[in-house]
Design a protein around this ligand. Structure first.
Ligand SMILES: *[C@@H]1O[C@H](CO)[C@@H](O)[C@H](O)[C@H]1NC(C)=O
Ligand SMILES: *[C@@H]1O[C@H](CO)[C@@H](O)[C@H](O)[C@H]1NC(C)=O
Ligand SMILES: *[C@@H]1O[C@H](CO)[C@@H](O)[C@H](O)[C@H]1NC(C)=O
Ligand SMILES: *[C@@H]1O[C@H](CO)[C@@H](O)[C@H](O)[C@H]1NC(C)=O
Ligand SMILES: *[C@@H]1O[C@H](CO)[C@@H](O)[C@H](O)[C@H]1NC(C)=O
Ligand SMILES: *[C@@H]1O[C@H](CO)[C@@H](O)[C@H](O)[C@H]1NC(C)=O
Ligand SMILES: *[C@@H]1O[C@H](CO)[C@@H](O)[C@H](O)[C@H]1NC(C)=O
Ligand SMILES: *[C@@H]1O[C@H](CO)[C@@H](O)[C@H](O)[C@H]1NC(C)=O
Ligand SMILES: *[C@@H]1O[C@H](CO)[C@@H](O)[C@H](O)[C@H]1NC(C)=O
Length: 607
């Protein structure tokens, strides 16, 4: 009896506690929000009632787990007007995400937002703020996304932006900012948009890694047009047409890039002349042409010091001098260095990659090149030759006229775009999978690609995917400032690109599959508040059973492919599972991707 009473008592206590916590409210945060509400003008009706629950009922408010603090406030497009009343929102000291975008808020930047030390995302874009940007950023230790675009901010960009050590995305586009761009030395920064301001001077060194459009619409000096200002990808599948329409900065970029190569020629020739003195026959110009290349080992020992080393089966007839004399065009600045398209006099075109920061010793570099250069497979873009000297490391590989899969998927969206049909995407996936599986078998199963992404995949002559840029990750310095494009492909466990594994390659391939299916970039912005990793986004959409909504709109016009797409989606998702040991193996992925077509009933070929 006693026991029962005790039991009943504790049950009551338990439910009491539960209902108490359900009723718990962040009283002070609620008052701060009410003070805000009562001092602003807003057009739409907010359901913020004194006697309703702030955590469960108020629109736009998110609380933490035990309902003790407000951690996010999102009021996009509520028609809020006028300045933000002081000492209201700034009392939400635990708030992490604050979004007031798409309103008509005016006045200067609310200086008391400096009290919001927990902020990770601040979204004030599309308002009518004016005056200077805050001068001190040091209090937002955790701020990762700052979007102040499309306002009327003026004055200069404070150097203290560099204090935002966790910043990944900064958008200040469409304001009236003037003065020079400060050296924003934040390695974590992945996305930058400074377009349409009144900025002057040149792009500082720390920001040269961002594409040229990030700075367009300003009054910057021509120094801006250095090669990094060129697009990261080959601009179009039809380079010839594009050449005529090249913008001024692009032309400047090419000229400067060309000059740079010219400089390399001179420098190398000087090196050659010097070494000629102490070594007979060491001149690269005399080196193996067509015939020599078949005798790889011989030619290698002949010119180990300053010549191009060709690989077996290479039918290209040129030497270093030809290569450096070729007219070159910058194709892009990638993770490992700048890529040039070099048109040789005999009308062959090759891709020359100038590697930056190769910390490994020559021996190790050569060994890796040997492994990569010996791969001959229809789905692996062949490495034709390499060059190693103390100051310069080059690789020479085949040029692919149609451009990369990334350019095909994301280039020229909008008017005049040629859609990438399902057949082509399927063949890209099958080819890339075969290529990667083949790579994984090399060097007794030890070779890892390490940098699988759409901009490294091309089409072979049969229209299947063909993968390039193999195995360079293992040779390069770790790269702290990850480009947007690389970041989204990287498996969560990989913190250093040199430590890539077969399993992390599978992850990156999975992201590629999702990219082919959705047409979305591996990291994209939803136009609203968050920067989204493709893998996570697909996961959330599929979990909510909106599977049909993940697919690229462009694919919806083709009949009878939905089952195939769903099947590919499942393969992709099994590649991007979090735990590396639970991911598929590449050989299995190949079978599964090939089976997509085999298993489905005869399909009418899409036009
Ligand atoms: C809250 O208060 C309003 C008046 O301010 C009243 O109309 C409404 O019924 C109340 N709601 C609850 C749930 O008590
Ligand atoms: C961050 O939030 C916690 C409560 O979650 C609060 O105690 C702390 O003061 C906040 N930090 C700052 C810098 O405001
Ligand atoms: C920043 O975030 C980390 C965890 O993400 C948290 O532990 C820390 O308290 C935060 N710092 C501030 C100043 O809010
Ligand atoms: C924005 O603010 C300016 C003054 O700073 C004012 O003249 C203008 O009308 C405002 N625009 C809107 C859409 O509120
Ligand atoms: C910014 O704009 C305000 C008016 O909105 C003006 O008074 C101020 O001088 C401007 N500051 C700069 C640096 O242009
Ligand atoms: C913030 O940035 C300024 C200018 O870059 C610098 O002088 C200052 O020391 C930084 N403050 C902190 C707290 O890092
Ligand atoms: C940069 O900002 C401008 C102005 O808001 C916008 O038109 C453009 O699309 C932005 N670029 C990117 C890539 O976000
Ligand atoms: C841009 O800056 C120049 C001077 O550097 C100034 O004359 C011009 O009025 C500014 N334009 C805008 C739109 O602020
Ligand atoms: C661009 O800057 C130069 C020098 O800073 C100035 O003379 C010129 O008026 C500016 N042009 C515009 C359109 O603001």
């Amino acid at each position: 009896m006693k026991m029962n009473l005790l039991f009943i008592f504790s049950v009551i206590l338990f439910f009491g506690a539960v209902s108490f916590s359900a009723l718990a409210e962040p009283v002070e945060d609620k008052q701060a929000l009410l003070d805000f509400l009562h001092n602003i003008h807003y057009l739409h009706s907010l359901n913020w009632k004194q006697n309703s629950s702030v955590c469960r009922e108020w629109r736009g408010v998110t609380c933490n787990g035990d309902n003790s603090r407000v951690i996010a406030l999102r009021l996009p497009g509520e028609g809020i007007q006028g300045p933000i009343p002081p000492n209201t929102l700034s009392r939400l000291s635990a708030v992490q995400i604050l979004s007031l975008r798409l309103n008509g808020i005016s006045g200067s930047f609310p200086s008391d937002f400096s009290k919001l030390g927990n902020l990770t995302g601040l979204y004030l874009q599309f308002n009518n703020f004016s005056g200077p940007l805050p001068s001190d950023f040091s209090m937002w230790k955790n701020l990762s996304i700052l979007d102040l675009s499309n306002n009327g901010f003026n004055g200069s960009i404070p150097t203290s932006v560099s204090n935002l050590t966790h910043l990944t995305s900064l958008n200040l586009a469409n304001n009236f900012l003037s003065g020079v761009i400060p050296d924003i030395n934040v390695p974590s920064l992945q996305s930058l948009n400074l377009t349409n301001n009144n900025l002057t001077g040149s792009v500082p060194r720390s920001l040269l890694r961002f594409p040229g459009w990030a700075f367009s619409g300003n009054n910057l000096s021509s120094e801006t047009a250095l090669p990094p200002a060129l697009p990261l990808e080959p601009p179009s599948p039809q380079p010839q047409k594009k050449t005529k329409k090249l913008s001024e900065p692009a032309i400047l970029g090419i000229v400067i890039g060309g000059c740079f190569l010219g400089f390399v020629v001179i420098a190398l020739l000087m090196v050659c002349c010097y070494s000629k003195k102490d070594k007979e026959g060491g001149l690269p110009t005399k080196l193996q042409k067509k015939e020599g290349s078949l005798k790889k080992n011989v030619s290698e020992s002949q010119d180990k010091n300053n010549g191009l080393v060709f690989f077996e089966g290479c039918n290209l007839a040129f030497d270093l001098e030809d290569l450096l004399r070729a007219s070159a065009e910058v194709l892009g600045k990638g993770t490992f260095g700048t890529t040039y398209k070099a048109a040789l006099e005999d009308a062959t075109t090759v891709v020359v990659k100038r590697l930056k920061e190769v910390p490994v010793a020559k021996k190790e570099f050569e060994q890796q090149m040997e492994v990569i250069g010996s791969i001959r497979h229809p789905n692996v873009s062949a490495l034709r030759a390499y060059y190693y000297s103390k100051d310069e490391k080059l690789t020479v590989s085949d040029y692919h006229e149609q451009g990369s899969v990334s350019a095909m998927l994301h280039g020229n969206r909008g008017e005049g775009r040629i859609p990438l049909d399902w057949e082509t995407r399927l063949k890209i996936a099958i080819g890339a999978a075969r290529g990667i599986a083949h790579i994984h078998k090399q060097n007794s199963g030890k070779l890892v690609h390490g940098n699988i992404k759409a901009s490294n995949i091309f089409l072979n002559s049969k229209g299947y995917g063909c993968i390039s840029d193999i195995g360079l990750a293992a040779l390069m310095s770790p790269m702290p400032p990850l480009g947007m494009r690389t970041a989204g492909y990287r498996a969560p466990e990989v913190t250093d690109s040199r430590k890539a594994t077969h399993a992390s390659d599978v992850y990156s391939f999975g992201v590629l599959l999702l990219e082919l299916l959705t047409g979305k970039s591996p990291i994209h912005s939803t136009g609203g508040d968050e920067v989204v990793h493709l893998a996570r986004w697909v996961h959330s959409v599929v979990r909510e059973e909106w599977t049909a909504e993940v697919f690229d709109i462009e694919l919806l016009r083709y009949p009878n492919i939905e089952e195939e797409m769903v099947e590919m989606l499942q393969i992709g998702m099994n590649c991007v599972v979090r735990m590396p040991e639970q991911r598929l193996k590449m050989t299995d992925v190949v079978k599964m991707v090939e089976d997509i077509r085999r298993r489905s009933p005869e399909n009418p070929p899409s036009s």
